[in-house]
Design a binder for this molecule. Sequence first.
Ligand code: ADP
Ligand code: MG
Length: 388
Amino acid sequence: MANKIEIKDLTLVFGKKKEIALEMLDQGKTIQEIREETGIAIGVNNINLDIEEGELFVIVGLSGSGKSSLIRCLNMLNKPTKGKVLIDGENICEYDKKQLIEIRRKKISMVFQHFGLLNHRSVLKNVEYGLEVQGIKEAERKEKALKSIELVGLSGWENYFPRQLSGGMKQRVGLARALTNDAEILLMDEPFSALDPLIRKDMQADLLGMTDYIDKTIIFITHDMNEAFRLGDRAALMKDGKIVQVGKPAEFFENPANEYVERFIEDVDKSRILRVKTVMRKNMYLAKVSDNRETVIKNIESNDRGYCYVNDENNKLLGFVELEKLKDSEDDNISKLVDKNYEEINRNAFLSEIWTKLDESAYDVAVTDKSNRIRGIISYADAVAALS
Ligand SMILES: Nc1ncnc2c1ncn2[C@@H]1O[C@H](COP(=O)(O)OP(=O)(O)O)[C@@H](O)[C@H]1O
Ligand SMILES: [Mg+2]
């Protein structure tokens, strides 16, 4: 996967005396020392980070660790003091005002903790707002807004006003609004932190479900390690404006970077937060139903397998073909040989939910999303390895 966002040597100093702070950082002073000696606040201290296209990437850390400072550099609400933010390879720190307005309208949307809804506007009008500002015609606006309202599960509430909604519903409106302008990148700064625990769990599940239908790169911030690991394909743990560790959830347990990380993950129950998507294998050979039989045989053999999964013309999972069957056949084409009785596991299932299924399958089970795309494969051994 290509990198959607690349953060390079990024430092953010608040206030006027930026040069002094940068010099002191160069001298090896900590941000606490600098704050004590000069009163200067530093939000981000020399961060390097790549975020892949289509990834749900979580930034986690205690309050004051610099999460908001960092995410606000990704749409230039905070102007970095030093370093670069590349989006699709372009350094947006060099953008002028016009380019920034453009990128905020079209490419990057933000969802805030306290919803940021316009109280005198209905749900529909709130969700349409971004398109209205862009001067898009009413019919088109409405059509797009209704689609995202449906996606966040608020159909039927279009004409209600924010004051008539619960916190969870307000945040769904915030989410729908961010989805409406088709931005490729979604920035979410503690969007669920103000919600009750049960509603929060629903929202987490719904966000994950949504990512099966939308192909966005999502940066999600939380101060809750459980939430971070439940949601993230990968997570970065921040402390004092720096990243302490970055990786897949399971990697934090396998290989905690230091004592601070160990303490952070101490109370987390692995089997209940690790999802299939973060443990599955993504590298696999996939055939297309229109592929030539001989080619498929060669590819299965060179991958040292006895079968492979097969996609249809729209990249939806159709089934699998077995090597033996392919060899016995005389067709040029594989379409008649596809077995549609395959086992599948949803990529957002927790490991704790899938043991029976894995145990019963002698082969790699297909990991799919709700729109029936195959995202990876997983075996019993993979799951055991992740939890051991
Ligand atoms: N606008 C600001 N001016 C001065 N200091 C700030 C500003 N915003 C944040 N800070 C400081 O930067 C540090 C990181 O804050 P923040 O990024 O908000 O942390 P988090 O989002 O992880 O809670 C804190 O010490 C905070 O006081
Ligand atoms: Mg914050």
